[in-house]
Structures are given as C-alpha cells and as structure tokens.
Design a binder for this molecule. Structure first.
Ligand code: NAD
Length: 466
C-alpha cells in the first residue's frame, strides 16, 4: 500500500491551541480582574502546595542545591505572585496625565489593555522561575497565554505542564511541551507578544518569525558579563560576593553570572588568593564532592565547557580548580589567569563554572576593554573610587549593573530586568512584567465646548496669525 500523506500532528495541535485561546480571549474572560486574581492565586498555591515536587524536579534536572532552588526559583515565583496580587488594582488603574492648552479643556489618561494571546518560550537554567515569572506578567495584564518550557530541563517542564493543567484555567493558560519542532510550529502561529528567554542565536529565529505577523517581542538573552575589581576594596567581601554570584548561582549557568574579571596585573594574584580561600571555605578541598554545587545540565554542555578549558590558548592558565567528572556532570569552580583575548573562553558566553581573569596595567583601562565586546546583560564593578564608579556607570552600556555586588539588581522588583543590544530587548519584573504584556493606550477626552474655529479650513490669512 502506498504511504499516505504525512500529517504533522504537532503543527495541527499547536494551531488548535492558538485558535482556542484566541476565541477565549475574544470572549473577554481573561480581562476581568476576578479571573486575573483567581489565576494568580492558583499559581501561588502551586508554589506552596507542591514545593517539594518542584525542588525534586530541579534536583533531577540540575542537581540544584535545595537552598538555591528554593530561594531562586520557588520563592522567586511566589513573591512575584504575591506582589502582583497586592499591586494588581493599582497597576490596572488608568494613569492620569496633564494635557496642554492646545486641547483645553480636556483630560488625558494612559489605559493599560491586554495584548491578547501571548507566547512565553523559556529556558532550562532556572526552568521554574524563568517560565512562570513571565506567565505571571501575562496573566496580571489580562492575556491568554501559552507557555513552552525548555525540553532541556524535562522534569521541571513535565511538572509545570501537569500542575498548570490541573490548577490553572485550561481554557486560557496552556503549556505546550517539546523542543524545536513544537517551538517551530508555535512560531508559525500569530501571537500578540512573544516573550523568549534563551541564547541570541535562537533569539534571531524568534525575531524573524515574529516579523511575519508584526508581533512585538521581549528577548531575554545572555552575553559576557564583566566584573571589574579595583584594588581599594574589602577583598574578602568582594571575593565572597563574586563566588556567590558565579558558583552559588547554578554553577555559573546563570545569564547574569560573572563571565570574566578585569583587574590590574598588580592586584590579580591577591584576588586569586582571596577567591581560592573563600572557595575552599564554601565547597571544601574537593569541590566535586560538594552537595552545594549544581551539576552541568547535560553532557553536551559539559563537553562545550571542557572544550573551552582544553583550548591550547588556555593551557597553563588554570590557577584554581580545573577538576571535572563527566559521569556526575560536575566541573569544579575554575579560575584562569591572564588568558588571551583570542582564546575561545573570551569569545563566547561561558555559562558555566569557568572564570577567566584578564589583567590591565591601570584599572581605568577596564572600561575600554569591556567596550570592545558586545553589550552584556549585566556589568559589575567593585571599587571605592567614586570617580571610577561614575565613569563605569556612564561609559559601559549593559542590560543592568551592580556596584560592589553581583546579580542582586534582578532581585529588586522596582528595577526593570532585561538586556540591551546583543543581550536582548524589552524588560520585566514587578510592574515592568505587567507593562511588558500590556498596550499603553493613550485616551484623550473632551466635551463639546471650547471649539476654536481657527483650526478648521478654509485656512484664511487671519487664521495663520494664531
Ligand atoms: P534552551 O536550549 O532551553 O533554548 C531556549 C528555548 O528555545 C527552548 O524553549 C527551546 O525549545 C527553544 N529553541 C531551541 N532551539 C530552537 C529553534 N531552532 N527554534 C525555535 N526554538 C528553539 O536554552 P539556551 O538557549 O541554552 O539558554 C541559555 C541562554 O539563555 C544563555 O545565553 C543565557 O545567557 C540565556 N539566558 C538569558 C536569561 C535572561 O533573563 N536574559 C535567563 C536565562 C538564560
């Protein structure tokens, strides 16, 4: 018997999902404040009732230590839900604005309206938080939403699919699991916003697909996040904070983790000593045995990272760590000193537990060096020099910054979180998440009095005098 035509069930299913959501959105259901509140409450309940299952899934996908998994992921999502529930009425209120004499008498306001049916495509490194944080923004703003979690963290993806399927409104909040074929099929549909977190190569695919339907996008991408370390600092505190933002954040598999350090030739060895001492305090003499260090997500990424380490241009540069265990997918916290700018490790985002230190003659040169690279998602400086700090803030373009800290800017819901240039576009967190999924509709209202004849044709000479 001749084979029948190949039917792409993925594409068919996905098309149905998007059509169903569009008809639910058109009914107005998701716009009501009651619906938004009920969905946010359900999500909050998931984080409390299923905390153990979430931690287990994160352990299975990333061997994430419980404290990191709880604080970065479970608490990250529950606190976003709580904030949205507390602030929702205020966020939804039209913002009154002043109007000018040209429109006198009139009133002006900016009304936040939902965009419609939105797609969230997420990544694997914080698979719970980075999937659900955007979903919270989408729901708070009154949209119907499809979440496509990362197939690279399968346990968390499957758990979210089950829990959201059971506890959220299935007619307006859907999870589509899968990899490239499913995402490709989703991207063929028309969406009112696409919110993507992942690498910039796929970011370009997302942007191209979005262009077809003129769909606006948020792209949360990555990059090489620099840390400048000046010599006039509390070195112990700086070393602890660098370690915390690098290795205690998912073994460096974090978009805002330090990617490389810039310091002076003179200071570098002191910094290496401080990092070495604090790393031993945190992870013991053999960090591969520590339960407080996440694993590398899979063998593909393990091999990618060891390739960076085995690059001949890096040979002899390892000053801390370097141990690895492919069976356990573990790489020790590894510091490289004085690597050349043309080494692999200095030319791609590391996204793992390797940390090169680059040296300059004078610390002021660090700014020029950083600016030879693409704009990073985050940039950091440790200094007590006010002038240098101000120059850094003024001259380095990055998605976000911390001075004398690492990564903590993203824990502040009053600060927008997102990239610039190669590290992405758009931002979220707190009210910025609500705004990312809203159209800001300007509304001008007038009565019928105060009508001025001078604005209407015919444009006789006396009218030009106005
Ligand atoms: P990933 O492999 O999970 O991919 C991300 C998503 O893209 C997944 O849902 C995947 O299914 C989808 N995808 C993969 N290939 C695709 C294709 N050909 N077409 C369409 N969709 C496709 O994650 P990743 O890219 O390895 O994530 C790591 C990157 O993400 C790093 O660059 C990191 O810096 C960045 N990141 C950024 C943020 C941020 O908030 N800015 C947060 C975390 C990670």
């Amino acid at each position: 018997m001749a084979p029948g035509p190949v039917v792409d069930r993925t594409a068919q299913n996905v098309e149905r999902v998007s059509q169903d959501l569009r008809s639910v959105y058109s009914s107005g259901k998701t716009k009501s404040v009651e619906w938004r509140v009920s969905q946010l409450k359900s999500l909050l309940r998931i984080t409390t009732h299923y905390e153990k299952d979430i931690l287990e899934a994160l352990r299975s996908d990333l061997n994430k230590p419980e404290l990191e998994a709880f604080s970065h992921e479970v608490y990250g999502v529950s606190s976003s839900c709580e904030l949205a529930l507390k602030e929702l009425h205020r966020w939804m209120m039209p913002e009154k604005v002043k109007t000018s004499m040209i429109n006198f008498p009139s009133t002006g306001e900016i009304v936040s309206e939902p965009l419609g049916v939105v797609l969230v495509i997420s990544t694997w490194n914080y698979p719970f938080k980075l999937s659900l944080d955007p979903v919270i923004g989408a729901i708070a703003a009154g949209n119907a939403v499809v979440l496509k979690p990362s197939e690279v963290a399968p346990a968390t993806s499957s758990l979210m699919s089950n829990l959201l399927g059971e506890y959220m409104d299935p007619s307006a909040v859907k999870v589509v699991e899968g990899g490239v074929p499913e995402t490709t099929a989703l991207l063929e549909q028309k969406w009112d916003k696409i919110f993507y977190t992942g690498n910039s190569k796929i970011g370009r695919i997302i942007l191209t697909a979005a262009a077809k339907h003129l769909t606006p996008v948020v792209l949360e991408l990555g990059g090489k996040c620099p840390v400048v370390v000046d010599s006039n600092i509390d070195l112990k505190v700086a070393a602890r904070r660098i370690i915390s933002g690098k290795w205690a954040c998912n073994s460096g598999q974090t978009c805002v983790s330090p990617d490389y350090i810039v310091t002076t030739k003179e200071y570098a060895l002191k910094l290496v000593d401080a990092l070495s001492c604090e790393l031993e305090n945190f992870y013991g003499k053999d960090p591969l045995l520590s339960n407080d260090l996440s694993s590398i997500i899979n063998s593909r990424h393990f091999d990618r990272l060891t390739k960076l380490l085995d690059d001949e241009k890096v040979s002899g540069k390892v000053v801390i760590g370097g141990q690895r265990d492919r069976d356990k997918l573990k790489i020790a916290p590894t510091v490289l000193l004085d690597v050349s700018q043309d080494s692999l490790v200095m030319n791609e985002e590391i996204f793992g537990p390797l940390l090169p230190i680059v040296t300059v003659a004078k610390i002021e040169e660090s700014i020029g060096l950083i600016n030879t690279k693409e704009k990073p998602l985050a940039a950091y400086m440790f200094t007590n020099d006010k002038k240098l700090k101000e120059e850094f803030i003024r001259s380095v373009s990055a998605g976000g910054m911390c001075i004398n800290e690492i990564a903590l800017h993203l824990a502040e819901h009053t600060l927008p979180f997102g990239g610039v240039g190669e590290s992405g576009m758009g931002a979220y967190h707190g009210k910025f998440s609500f705004d990312a999924f809203s159209h800001k509709k300007p509304v001008l209202q007038r009565g019928f009095n105060g009508d001025v004849a001078a604005r209407y044709p015919p444009y006789t000479p006396w009218k030009l005098k106005f």
